[in-house]
Design a protein around this ligand. Sequence first.
Ligand SMILES: Cc1ncc(C[n+]2csc(CCOP(=O)(O)OP(=O)(O)O)c2C)c(N)n1
Length: 334
Amino acid sequence: MLDHRAAGLTDEQALAIYRWMLLTRRLDERLGVLQRSGAIPLALSSRGHEAAQVGAALAFARGKDWWFPYYRDLGAVLVAGTTPLDVMLSSFGRAADPSSGGRQTPYNWGDRRLNIVARSAPVGVQIPQAVGVAQAAVRRGDPIVVYCSFGEGAASQGDFHEGLNWAALHRLPVIFFCQNNGWAISVPLSRQVAGGSVAARAAGYGIEGVSLDGTDPFAVHAAVRRAVVRARAGGGPALIEARVHRLDPHTCDDNHAAYRTGAELRAAREADPLPAVADYLRRRGLLTDAAAAAVERAVAAEIDAAEAAARAARPPAGEEALGPVTAPPAPAPP
Ligand SMILES: Cc1ncc(C[n+]2csc(CCOP(=O)(O)OP(=O)(O)O)c2C)c(N)n1
């Protein structure tokens, strides 16, 4: 793991990364339990991706920059300002869900207040949309940077190539952040990513492409921050590929034991970034047993409160439930 100071992070910032990762992990796990108990319809785990998501997202300016996350991006949307309560409201389909008033499928994050743009179901559609927002911002002279994430499977879509080409041509401030976990549901990288590397494609567009260990939040943060600073200064986009492990099946409706070997799953679990970051901080004397227990308690209390509030919140009523997901209804013709 890259030394956090070499990554330009203070001790406090390194600890904050650990707290965000832990919140992501425990919230994810709670959503899994809620789904299994029948309380919510869907659980889509980010376990294994937390270091990449948190490290990358912390390089952006919350409330100012724009976000086009993908469904497996719980850690990034939390850092962007989505609260555990917001996540629970969406998962329970409540009227107060900021992404859609309980109408959108959970995990299609969106929040107008935070510039998080909800995506729709086809993978990769958010890529040209992110590029369009970046181009609009450049025309307005608004110095934002756009976070655009996706898996390596989505990088096989035409939207990926069109988006990168346009962003590169116009030097737009977009960070294309590929979370490569080696699987698109049950299809391995070797059967759908020609050339075997997403980052290598950047050369074809004349932009920077970086492939790195996505279980190291400090290395991810340093690389993404460098790209964000450059993009904000007019230096154009970058493609950053974080190699991660998907610790769980694609969603709660999938059984990955049907297509992953025991050896691969064991290797993935051994590369779990959460205990690795905790060990790193302990070895440097930054995390004591008491501090780790206190963080666990605080995270559990926040998730408990979010779950209780979402359970008590009301679902959208009648007509409200049938409203549109992404835009207010068009005015009736005169
Ligand atoms: C255009 C399109 N094709 C197929 C699907 C079905 N689908 C949903 S998620 C997914 C896997 C995508 O894998 P990847 O982009 O690598 O992300 P990961 O889920 O592994 O994080 C697929 C094939 C879809 N939503 N859209």
